[in-house]
Design a protein around this ligand. Structure first.
Ligand code: AMP
Length: 461
C-alpha cells in the first residue's frame, strides 16, 4: 500500500459539533486520505491561545486520526482547509470552531529533506491533543523531538494533571462505512482458492467472532496498510480449559459479517474445528518465556492453543502482516515471540485497546455483565488511570504504585486476580520503573466474569 502515515488533530465546538467532525472524516476518506484509526473523542473546555481554559466558550469535542495518504503535506493541508471552509469555519480568533483540522505529523521525512511537519507549536502542551493521540499511537515518534507520544503525554501529565482530568470521554465518532462486499470462506479449500487470486500484501485479523468496535478497529488498520484484508472467525477449542466458557462463548455471525464489511474486510474465513484440526492432529506449539506467568499460569494450555491456531492461520493465509489487540497484551507478546523465534514471514502488529465511551475496554465477554456489574467494572480502568498518573508524577516504586490501585478495585467489589507491572516483551514483573515504558496488568473477577485490562506506564525523567 502506498502513501505515508500521518496524524491529524480534529476539533469542533458549538451545536452539531459531532456531525461536523463526522462529515470531516467522510470528507477525508473521499479525498483519498485513508483513516487507519480515530481516537474516541474527548470533550473539554475551549483552550485559548494563551493555554488557559475559557469557561464561557462552548465546550470542544477533540480527537486525533491516524491516516495514510499519498497526498503531499501541502495537498493534505489544502484538503484540511477546504473541509474547514465547507464546515463554516471563520478565522476570527474567537472561541467558536466550526471545524479545526491540524496536521500533527506526516511521514518520516519530507521530500526536500526537511523534518516532517508539526505545524502547531503548542500541540505538545495540549492534553486534548496528547490524550487521544496517545490512545491510538503511543509509539509514534513526534517529529523534531526524538520522543514518542507516550513520553510526551507522560511529561505533560506531570506538568498539567488538571488539563487531563477535565476531559470527558464521549461516544465514538461514526466512521465512513466502507461497504465492502465480503466473501465468506467456509473451509481451507475456499481460502486457498481465494488467496491465490489476491495480491501479496495481505493483512490478516484473527478473531473469535462476537465482534465489536475493537475488532473493527483492527480491520480498519489492516485495510489502511494492506492491499486486501482477511479476517478469521473461529472459536478455538484448543485455547479453552475445562470448565471455561467454550460452550457459551457468544456467537453472532450475521452481525460479525456486517461489522467486517463496514470496516473494510474483503473476506472472512470461518472454519469449523475439523477444518483446522483433522483427525490424528498431534503437533502443538508450546510457547515459553512471556507465556509462562499470569494468564499462562491461570489457564494452563491456553497459550499453547493460541500459538498453535495462530501459526496455522498464518500458514494458511500467507499474510504479509497480522493485527492483534493490546487488550490481550500477554497474547500479543507471545505471538510476537512466536513470529520471531520461528522465523515467520508475517509481521505481527499490536494495535492499542479500544474502549467503550466510559473507559471500559471492549471485550466480547462484557456481554456477560449485568448492568450493576457493568457499572462496578469501571473501577478497573479508573484504577489503572490513577496508577498511570502517579507514575507520570514520578513514583517509581511498583509496590507503592500498586497499593492504591488494588484498594480502588477492592472498594468497588472487584476481586483482583493479579495486578502487576511488567516488562512488555518478557512479561517479567518489575519492582521499580525504569526508563522504558512498562505495562500495568490487571485481571479482576466481576461477578462471574473475568475482566482483563492494562495500561502503559511511563515515569518521565
Ligand atoms: P478475540 O475475538 O477476543 O480473540 O480477539 C481477537 C483480536 O481482537 C485479538 O487480537 C484481541 O486482542 C483483539 N481485541 C479484542 N478486544 C479488543 C479491544 N477492545 N481493542 C483492541 N483489540 C481488541
Amino acid at each position: 500500500m502506498s502513501g505515508r502515515v500521518g496524524f491529524l488533530g480534529l476539533g469542533a465546538n458549538g451545536p452539531e459539533a459531532r456531525a461536523r467532525l463526522e462529515q470531516a472524516l467522510a470528507g477525508l476518506e473521499a479525498a483519498g486520505v485513508t483513516l487507519a484509526a480515530v481516537a474516541s473523542p474527548l470533550s473539554g473546555p475551549f483552550v485559548g491561545p494563551d493555554g488557559r481554559p475559557d469557561a464561557r466558550a462552548p465546550r470542544v469535542l477533540n480527537s486525533v486520526a491516524e491516516v495514510r495518504t499519498a497526498l503531499s503535506s501541502e495537498a493534505l493541508l489544502a484538503c484540511c482547509a477546504r473541509l474547514e471552509l465547507a464546515a463554516g469555519r471563520v478565522r476570527d480568533g474567537g472561541p467558536v470552531r466550526a471545524l479545526d483540522l491540524d496536521l500533527l505529523a506526516l511521514g518520516e521525512e519530507r521530500r526536500d529533506g526537511a523534518p516532517p511537519l508539526l505545524p502547531h507549536p503548542r500541540a505538545l502542551e495540549r492534553a486534548f491533543v496528547l490524550a487521544p493521540w496517545e490512545e491510538i499511537a503511543p509509539f509514534a515518534l513526534v517529529p523534531g523531538t526524538g520522543a514518542d507520544v507516550l513520553t510526551h503525554a507522560a511529561r505533560w501529565r506531570a506538568r498539567a494533571p488538571e488539563a487531563f482530568a477535565v476531559l470527558t470521554l464521549e461516544a465514538p465518532l461514526a466512521l465512513p462505512d466502507l461497504r465492502r462486499r465480503l466473501t465468506v470462506l467456509p473451509d481451507r479449500g475456499a481460502l486457498a482458492a481465494w488467496r491465490s487470486a489476491q495480491p501479496v500484501a495481505l493483512g490478516l485479523v484473527p478473531t473469535m467472532g462476537a465482534l465489536h468496535a475493537g475488532h473493527a478497529a483492527l480491520v480498519r488498520r489492516a485495510r489502511a496498510a494492506s492491499e486486501a484484508v482477511l479476517a478469521t472467525v473461529f472459536v478455538n477449542p484448543l485455547q479453552f480449559g475445562p470448565g471455561e466458557d467454550l460452550a457459551r462463548y457468544p456467537r453472532s455471525f450475521e452481525s460479525d459479517r456486517a461489522v467486517l464489511a463496514a470496516a473494510g474486510a474483503d473476506a472472512v474465513y470461518v472454519p469449523d474445528a475439523a477444518d483446522l484440526y483433522a483427525p490424528g492432529f498431534a503437533t502443538y506449539v508450546v510457547p515459553e518465556g512471556p507465556a509462562l506467568g499470569f494468564e499462562g499460569e491461570r489457564r494452563p494450555g491456553h497459550f499453547r492453543g493460541v500459538a498453535t491456531v495462530v501459526l496455522k492461520l498464518l500458514q494458511r493465509a500467507r499474510a504479509e502482516r497480522a493485527w492483534f489487540g493490546r487488550k490481550d497484551a500477554q497474547q500479543a507478546a507471545v505471538l510476537q515471540r512466536l513470529a520471531q523465534d520461528l522465523d515467520l514471514p508475517t509481521e505481527v502488529i499490536v494495535a492499542p485497546t479500544v474502549r467503550d465511551h466510559d473507559g471500559l475496554a471492549l471485550s466480547s465477554r462484557n456481554r456477560y455483565l449485568t448492568p450493576a456489574e457493568r457499572a462496578r467494572a469501571l473501577a478497573l480502568p479508573a484504577a489503572l488511570d490513577g496508577l498511570r498518573q502517579a507514575a507520570a508524577q514520578g513514583e517509581r516504586d511498583v509496590a507503592r504504585l500498586l497499593a492504591p490501585a488494588r484498594a480502588r478495585l477492592e472498594a468497588a467489589g472487584l476481586v483482583p486476580d493479579y495486578l502487576s507491572v511488567v516488562d512488555p516483551d518478557s512479561f517479567t514483573s518489575l519492582e521499580q520503573l525504569g526508563p522504558a515504558p512498562a505495562l500495568v496488568l490487571a485481571t479482576v473477577r466481576c461477578g462471574t466474569t473475568r475482566l482483563l485490562d492494562n495500561r502503559w506506564v511511563v515515569c518521565p525523567v
